[in-house]
Design a protein around this ligand. Structure first.
Ligand SMILES: [Mg+2]
Length: 174
């Protein structure tokens, strides 16, 4: 029963999100910038490893990536696209409000990394240029970094300018 309710909530959430996006992107726009959160904009893995049970609200932001976001062209659209448990929606939203209070953006939370592709396809359809920053990696806490190769393969098929872990790490080391 509980899992059915969770499923329905997620369906409802994605339905509402699509409606909102369709409205916002009713006229095709020039550029859309999409950012992942964990290990792209926020320094998630070392913080959660050292602080068991810490909140997403507390994770330090990467100043390098924050500066990139604040320097985006004013007429572009900004979207945060993250694979997190939907139960952290309000915490994630609150955190973005604290860090990007003066900017206009959308937040999309998906269950699994591969689910990001569906939304990326939407942005590709609605924008002339899509820039996508996402490390698409995991397992840092266990010492060997692994990549979401299936997702990366799908991203590479899309006409998006993809910035992966190599670029992100350079931006965040400044
Ligand atoms: Mg990430």
């Amino acid at each position: 029963m509980k899992s059915l309710i969770v499923k329905l909530i997620k369906l409802f959430y994605h339905f509402i999100t699509r409606v909102k996006l369709k409205y916002k992107f009713r006229e095709s726009n020039n550029s859309t910038y999409i950012f992942d959160l964990d290990n792209t904009l926020y320094n998630t893995w070392p913080y959660l490893k050292e602080n068991k049970g810490a909140l997403y609200l507390e994770i330090p932001i990467f100043e390098g990536m924050k500066n990139v976001i604040y320097s985006l062209p004013k007429d572009s659209k900004l979207c945060f696209l993250t694979a997190r448990n939907l139960k952290f929606y309000f915490q994630t939203k609150k955190r973005l409000e604290l860090d990007f209070n003066s900017l206009d953006y959308d937040l999309i939370i998906v269950d699994n990394t591969i689910d990001k592709i569906r939304y990326l396809k939407f942005f590709v359809e609605k924008s002339d240029n899509v820039f996508y920053y996402d490390d698409l990696s995991y397992n840092h806490e266990n010492g060997t970094v692994k990549y979401y190769l299936d997702t990366i393969k799908e991203v590479e098929k899309l006409p998006v300018e993809y910035k992966g872990a190599d670029v992100i790490n350079v931006i965040n080391s400044i």
